[in-house]
Design a protein around this ligand. Structure first.
Ligand code: HEC
Length: 150
């Protein structure tokens, strides 16, 4: 009798352990496992983004605009005012001046470069420049600011 009872107790003990183990494994394999992996991925990506907040913006700029061509135009035309800050032009990579301007976005900046804005002459005073060329020049200035901001 005694033996029989013990045997039953032992068996149900093992059964419970096995059941918990089984449950744990199946939960890991199904939904829960993917939820964990997903959450971990989001956390990792989140930290990567925080550490490198400028990277996506820079990559986008470089994909969309010809930064090299912009550099040439900047040096030929725009630097006349923007290098030293003639007529209160925002100085090249003076972040306190450029950050709030950049916050308005590229379209806004290009519009002002094309149409002029206060003391900023339309097309930087070089009427022969196309909108695409001006966009590249603005993109170069913004790109360099983002490099400096790091
Ligand atoms: C004659 C001087 C001068 C030249 C040349 C010049 N700029 Fe400017 N630029 C200015 C001044 C002054 C401002 C500031 C205007 C303001 O915010 O009131 C300015 C502002 C800007 C801004 C910021 C506009 C905004 O929305 O805040 C951009 C972008 C810009 N210039 C691009 C260019 C580009 C590109 C060139 C060359 C093609 C160029 N500039 C050439 C004087 C100049």
């Amino acid at each position: 009798m005694h033996v029989h009872i013990r045997y039953t107790v032992n068996l149900s003990g093992h059964f419970l352990t096995l059941y918990i183990l089984f449950k744990f494994i199946t939960e890991m394999i199904t939904m829960k496992y993917f939820v964990w992996v997903g959450m971990l991925t989001i956390v990792v990506i989140g930290f990567a983004q925080l550490a490198n907040a400028e990277e996506p913006a820079k990559a986008e700029l470089r994909a969309k605009y010809n930064i090299e061509r912009g550099k040439g135009i900047y040096e030929r035309v725009c630097s006349n005012c923007h290098a030293s800050g003639v007529m209160d032009a925002p100085k090249f990579c003076d972040l306190t001046d450029w950050k709030p301007r950049m916050a308005h976005g590229m379209e806004h900046l290009v519009k002002h470069a094309v149409e002029g804005f206060n003391n900023m002459p339309s097309k930087g005073g070089m009427e022969s420049l196309s909108v695409a060329e001006l966009s590249d020049a603005v993109a170069y200035m913004v790109d360099q600011c983002l490099v400096e901001a790091k």
